[in-house]
Design a protein around this ligand. Structure first.
Ligand code: HEM
Length: 462
């Protein structure tokens, strides 16, 4: 199931306003002389983004000397994502490229991006997902086996572990991934924490000082790249070509029909594993928290799993029938989206919703703000999985629910992710409900993704 939902946008709202003379977007209120909106954005980015629509559907923000354009209305975020006048770029992407590599699909544009998407897409197609079922099942059940009733679990490491193991075992098939998934998840946790810090507080040379935090970051980043090199080298040495994403990358050809370079293969593996693990891990953390906060839904999921499976271990083949479980996942993606901010850059003078956007302008929008907007959702802050029942989902404005984005940059992994998230929720809820533990901090940690700071929960058998 995809979730771009539902009501068609009007041509005007979708940015189709050729006949009207475009105007300059209003400046968002609250700018401080010299600093603009920067301080507010750094201090409480979620609240800041959530309030912007009060100032307009496209607004200008001042970040120091720079003007950034924020899009606040669902239809216009869809128009932005679908328009050829914008590309992936901007400060966030530039910092990511510097650390993770320049030749991966997540940062490429134009013909290179199209070629790379053609290479990776078959591994994520709807009809490719059932082949991953046995691995997803094995990992989901292994998670419940690791936990002991009444013994506190550290949700961050548990969620990372299962997310990395599933992505790595499904997409880069091979025995070696079993042991390496551990290393990868430790590296990624350190790298993402450090990357966000470097993006929001760009202290340049200070990050090169040999202090423990920088050394830990550099070690984890180097190990991540080393690990990817090892994975690629071992696959080559094995001479095997299983039907997976890694084989597709190793066999890929560029537009001249030549094999793609080593650097591109490396950067592609990094560009797929890194967003894949962080987003899924964060969403699993939020799901665990929501199950603990809403025992009535945990019980409803348990009952649904039992009735669909007849008490047998839940399997991939059951996922489609787990309607409430799937809606719990969707509602978690709405209310606690891992990807909370996205950016684009205008490649030409253009318009959005009748507003002028000059070539070179950086544009941001927040799926978090869009998906919590009271203009789009009744009782917008309530966790209400039933809002995704077919008879109610039609009330949601188009593009007000796009946690995987839309257009040519849409996450290739929407089907893959929804299937694995539902399976994990079903497997853990069949066995456990969750209790809060003293010392747990479930408040929102804003980084490259959103996730709870340090969620500790106690699984209790039903
Ligand atoms: C892109 C969300 C899981 C790989 C994206 C984008 C979003 C997103 C919103 C679009 C970014 C943009 O428009 O600028 C999510 C969420 C996930 C998830 C919410 C899970 C809960 C995954 C997984 C993988 C993955 C499991 C791979 C194993 C990618 C890649 C891109 C991407 C490679 C870049 C696509 C491109 O630029 O063409 N994701 N993602 N994602 N995602 Fe995901």
């Amino acid at each position: 199931m995809t979730v771009e939902s539902v009501k068609p946008a009007t041509p005007e709202a979708a940015g189709n306003t050729e006949t009207i003379e475009p105007v300059e977007p209003p400046l968002a209120g609250g700018a401080v002389p010299g600093l603009g909106h920067g301080l507010k954005l750094v201090r409480d980015p979620l609240a800041f983004m959530a309030r912007l629509r009060d100032h307009g559907e496209v607004v200008r923000l001042k970040l120091g000397p720079k003007t950034v354009y924020a899009v606040t209305a669902p239809a216009l975020t869809g128009a932005l994502a679908l328009s050829p006048d914008f590309k992936i770029s901007g400060p966030v992407w530039e910092s990511l490229e510097g650390l993770l590599g320049k030749e991966g699909v997540a940062t490429a544009n134009g013909p290179t991006h199209r070629r790379q998407r053609r290479t990776i897409q078959p591994a994520f197609r709807l009809d490719a997902i059932p082949a991953y079922g046995p691995i997803m099942e094995e990992e989901a059940h292994a998670l419940t086996e690791r936990w002991r009733p009444g013994r506190t679990i550290e949700c961050t490491s548990e969620a990372f572990r299962v997310a990395v193991r599933i992505a790595a075992r499904c997409l880069l098939r091979g025995e070696f991934m079993d042991e390496r998934a551990e290393r990868l998840s430790t590296d990624l946790a350190v790298v993402f924490r450090g990357m966000y810090r470097r993006m929001v507080v760009p202290l340049g040379p200070l990050y090169r000082l040999p202090i423990p935090a920088n050394r830990e970051f550099n070690r984890a980043l180097a190990d991540l790249h080393l690990l990817v090199d090892e994975i690629v080298a071992e696959r080559r040495a094995s001479g095997q070509k299983p039907d997976d994403l890694l084989t597709a990358l190793l066999e890929a050809r560029d537009d001249n029909g030549d094999p793609i370079g080593e650097q591109e293969i490396h950067d592609q593996v990094v560009a797929i594993l890194t967003p894949g693990s962080e987003t899924v891990a964060s969403t699993i953390m939020w799901l665990l928290q929501l199950l603990a906060e809403h025992p009535e839904h945990a019980e409803k999921v348990r009952a649904e799993v039992e009735s669909v499976t007849g008490g047998q271990p839940v399997g991939f083949e059951h996922v489609r029938a787990l309607r409430h479980t799937n809606n719990v996942v969707l509602e978690a993606l709405r209310l606690r989206p891992a990807v909370w901010v996205l950016t684009r850059r205008a490649i030409t003078d253009t318009t959005l919703g009748g507003y002028r956007v000059p070539a070179g302008a950086d544009i941001i929008y927040s799926p978090y703000a869009i998906q919590r907007d009271p203009r789009s959702y009744d009782r917008h802050l309530d966790f209400d999985p039933d809002r995704w029942l077919p008879e109610r989902a039609g009330e949601v404005p188009k593009y007000a629910m796009s946690p995987f984005s839309v257009g040519n940059r849409k996450c290739p992994s929407d089907h893959f992710s929804l299937a694995l998230l539902s399976l994990v929720v079903a497997a853990i809820s069949a066995k456990y409900r969750f209790e809060q533990v003293a010392g747990s901090d479930g408040s929102t940690r804003v980084g490259i993704t959103l996730r709870p700071y340090d969620l500790l929960l106690r699984p209790v058998e039903w």
